[in-house]
Design a protein around this ligand. Structure first.
Ligand SMILES: C[S@@+](CC[C@H](N)C(=O)[O-])C[C@H]1O[C@@H](n2cnc3c(N)ncnc32)[C@H](O)[C@@H]1O
Length: 161
C-alpha cells in the first residue's frame, strides 16, 4: 500500500507502464486541422500495477495521462499546427509545457492481461504512462465551447472555399 505524502515542490512520478505505438517519430503523428487519431496501440502496464486494472474492461473509453518525455523546454505562447495565430500554452495541447504532462482519450478495444489494446493513440513508441482513468464525460455537446479552435477551423474552411 503506497503511503508516502506527496510534496508538490518535489513531486516525482513513476511510469505505471509504456505505450506500444505505431509512431516512432513526431512527424508521423497526424496533426493540423481535422487530424484524426484512429491509430491502434497497446498500453502495457508494468506487472506490479496490473492488479489496478481490475474491472477496467467495462469502460469503453479511458483517459491516459502520460509524459512528453521527448519534449525540451516550454513555450508560454506559441502557434499550434491548427492555426496561424499564437495562443497561450494553457489554451493549447502543445508538447512544450512547463510540466510535460499529456492527456489522451482512447477507446478500449480489449484487455489481454496487463496489455490494454486501444484505438486513438497519439503518443510515440515507448512513451511513459503516468496514470489511466475511466472516461466519463458529463458535459453535453451543446454546452461545450471550443474557443479559438472553432474560429481557426472556420477560417481554414473559408480559405479552402
Ligand atoms: C499536440 S500533442 C497532444 C497530446 C495529448 N493528446 C494532449 O492533448 O495532451 C500530440 C503530439 O505530441 C507528440 N508526442 C507524442 N509522444 C510524445 C512524447 N513521448 N514526447 C514528446 N512528444 C510526443 C507528437 O508529435 C504528437 O503530434
Amino acid at each position: 500500500m503506497g503511503k508516502e505524502v506527496i510534496g508538490l515542490d518535489t513531486l516525482t512520478l513513476r511510469p505505471v507502464g509504456y505505450v506500444r505505438s505505431p509512431y516512432q517519430q513526431p512527424r508521423e503523428v497526424p496533426r493540423g486541422p481535422g487530424a484524426q487519431h484512429s491509430a491502434e496501440g497497446v498500453l502495457e502496464i508494468l506487472p506490479e500495477f496490473e492488479a489496478g486494472l481490475k474491472d477496467i474492461e467495462g469502460f469503453s473509453h479511458l483517459f491516459v495521462i502520460w509524459a512528453f518525455d521527448r519534449s525540451e523546454g516550454f513555450e508560454l505562447v506559441g502557434t499550434p499546427p491548427t492555426d496561424d495565430r499564437p495562443h497561450g500554452v494553457f489554451a493549447t495541447r502543445s508538447p512544450r509545457r512547463p510540466n510535460p504532462i499529456a492527456l489522451t482519450v482512447v477507446e478500449l478495444l480489449r484487455r489481454d492481461g496487463a496489455r490494454l489494446h486501444v484505438r486513438g493513440v497519439d503518443m510515440l513508441e515507448g512513451t511513459p504512462i503516468l496514470d489511466i482513468k475511466p472516461y466519463l464525460s458529463g458535459v453535453a455537446p451543446e454546452h461545450l465551447r471550443r474557443g479559438w479552435l472553432d474560429e481557426a477551423e472556420a477560417r481554414a474552411a473559408n480559405a479552402r472555399g
